[in-house]
Design a protein around this ligand. Sequence first.
Ligand code: IVH
Length: 685
Amino acid sequence: MLSTVTILHSAFQMDVAERAAWLRKEIERHNVLYYVEDAPQISDSEWDALFRELVEIEEAHPELKTPDSPTQRVGATPVSRFPSYRHGTPMLSLDNAFGEDELTAFDERVKRFLNREEDIDYEVELKFDGLSMSLTYVDGLLTAAATRGDGVTGEEVTPNAKTVRGIPLRIQQDLLGRIEVRGEVLMLKSVFNELNQTRLERGEQAFVNPRNAAAGGMRQLDSRLTAERKLSFFAYGVGLLDNPPTSVSDQYGLMLWVKGLGFPVRQETQVCRGREDLLARIHQIQELRPTLPFGIDGVVIKVNSLELQRELGFTARGPRWAIAYKFPAEQAFTVLNGIENQVGRTGVVTPVAELEPVFVGGVTVSRATLHNYQEVVRKDVRVGDTVIVQRAGDVIPEVVGPVLEKRPRASQTPVAPTQCPVCGTDLVQEAGMVALRCPNTTGCDAQIQSKLEHFTSRTAMDIEGLGEKQIARFVELGWLNDLPGIFALKDREADMVELDRMGAQSVSNLLAAIEASKARPLDRFLFSLGIRYVGERTARDLARAFGTLDLFRHADYDRLLQVPDIGPRTASEIEEWLENPGNQALIDALLAAGVSPVEAERPSGDLFAGQTIVFTGKLERFTREDAEALVARQGGTAAGSVSKSTALVVAGPGAGSKLVKAEQLGVKVISEDEFLAMLPEGTLS
Ligand code: IVH
C-alpha cells in the first residue's frame, strides 16, 4: 500500500528531501512566531499537520533526519548519565539586594567605581525563577546545552533542552563560529497547575513548585519525560561569542539582537536612567508579578552600556555591573486548624488543610490541598501545627511544612480514612496509585455534586445560575441526581419559583441558560463529561481530531493514540470510559435531552487567542450568539461570568453586576462599538 507521503509526493512531483527541508524551516519559523514574537500566524492544528507530515517523511526516509529537525524535540533514547561540560566563559552568579537601601548602595558603588556623578543607565530584566541554561551554537546549529553546575563546568543535557520549544535548534540568521546564549528554563504556571492536576488524578506525587518541576524535568535521563513537562525558555545574556555584532553597544541592544537570532526575550525589559527611575520600574514589575505567566523572584539590574560593563568587570562572586533585586518570598506562617477529606468528581479523596486565614501572595488563603496521605506523612504536618503556606501568583496555595519548634505537645499524625466521608462506602486504593478512591461513582452525593459542578462550570457547559450552592440545593431536594437531570429541571419551573430567593426572573434566566448550553462546541461538551485525564486542552485535541461526537464515542485505543498529545495512559482511560455501558447510556440520555454539541469552528484569526471575553448588558449591533461566535473565530472563548482571568468585558446599556465586578477586578471594559473596531477588516462582511 502506498503511504500518504508517497501519494502526496508523486502527485505533486515534489522532491521528498526538498519538502522535508521546507517543512523543517516552516515549522521552526512558526515556532519563532509563536514563542519569540508572540504572534502566531497559523492555528495549532495547522502546525500539527506540518509536524505530522515531517514525521511521516522522516519515518519513510530516515536518512533525511537532521539534528536540527523539529521532530528531534519529542525526546531521544535515554542516556545513563549526563556528560560534564566546560562552559566557554564561566556562568557567574549575582549579588543580591534586598530593599531600596541595598539598591541605592549598588548604584553608589557603580558610580564610585566609574568615578561618575551623572545618572547611570540601567537595563532592568525579570529575574526568572527557573534554572539557568547555557546553549552553545556552532555555525548556527545547537551543539550543546548545559546546566550551570559550579559555574565552570555543568552537565550536558542537550537531548532534554531540544524538547524545550522556545530553544531554537538552529539560529535564525547566518552566524559563523561559536556563541553561548544564556537564559532560564522554567515551567509556566498554567502548565504547572495542569500537570499537578493530572498527577494527582493519577495518584502521583504533585510538584511543590514550578521551579522544582522544571529543574527535575531537565534532569531526566529519558528526554521523552522532559518533553512531557512542556518547559519554556527565556534568554537573558550571552557568554562566549566569536563574532560579536558591530552595531551593538548596550545590554538592551544585545538582547534585541539575541531576539533577532530566534530566542525568546521578554518584552518587560526596559532601560531606566538613575535610581528614581529604577525604583519606579521595580514597583511596576512587582505589581505585574501576579499577572505574569511564570514565576519571578525579583528583577535583575544590569548597567546598560557594554563599555561600562567591561570597565566595571568582575569580583570573585560575579559581575560588578549587575545585581539581583529580590522580591519578598510569597510565604506566610499560619495555624493548621484541621484536615478535611474531600471527595472529588472521580471519587478521589483529597485531604485539604483548613487554615487560620492568612494573607499571602496577594490573597487570603484559608484552605490548601495536601494532595494525599502519603504527602501528609512526608510533610509531617499535624493538626495544631504552625505551618508555612506558600502562594506564588496563580499557583494553587501550598502547605510547605510545619514549624517543628512550635508543635503542640499532644499532636498526632493524621490517619487516612478507610471509608468515604460522604457515603460511607469502603475506600479503595488502586494498584500502584497513592490516591484513595470512593468506588460508589453513581451513588455518592459528593461525586454527584462535583460532577454536576464540573459539567455546568464556566469552561465546560457554562450554565450560569447553576453553581455549587444551587446544585447542592437541588440535589438535596431530590430534583437532580445526574447530568441529564439538568435538562429536566424545566419541569420544576413552578416549584423553583416557589423556592425562597429564586423568583420568576432568575428561574427563567436559569432555564434559558440550560437551554443555551445544549449547543456548546464539541470540545466543551467532551470536557464537561469529566473523563479522567481529559482536561480542557485534551478535550480540544479530541474534538479537533474526531470532529463529531459520534466518531468520538466509537473510538478505540489505537485511534485515540493517533491523536496528537494523547499518550497511552490517557488513551486507555478514555477507551475504558467509552466501553462502560453506563457512560454510553449517559451520552444517549444527554442527546435525548436535546444536547447537541457543535463541532468547534476553526478560528480564522488570533485576535483573542487564548483569551476569555464576557458580554454583558444589551448588545445593539448583533445578537449575543453572533458576538460569541466572532470571539471564537478569533481564537477566544466567550464566558458568562467575570473573573480575574477575563481579558475583556464588552458592556452595553443596562450592564449591571458583571460590570461592577469587572471594575472591581480591574478587568478592561469596552463598549460594543470599541469591540467592533477591534475586529479585523472584513470580519463582519
Ligand atoms: S544574569 C553574569 N539575568 O539568576 C550575570 N540571571 O542569581 C549572570 N536569573 O544563575 C546572570 N533571571 O539563573 C541574569 N534576567 C536574568 C536572570 C538571571 C534569572 C538567574 C540565573 C542566575 C541567577 C543568579
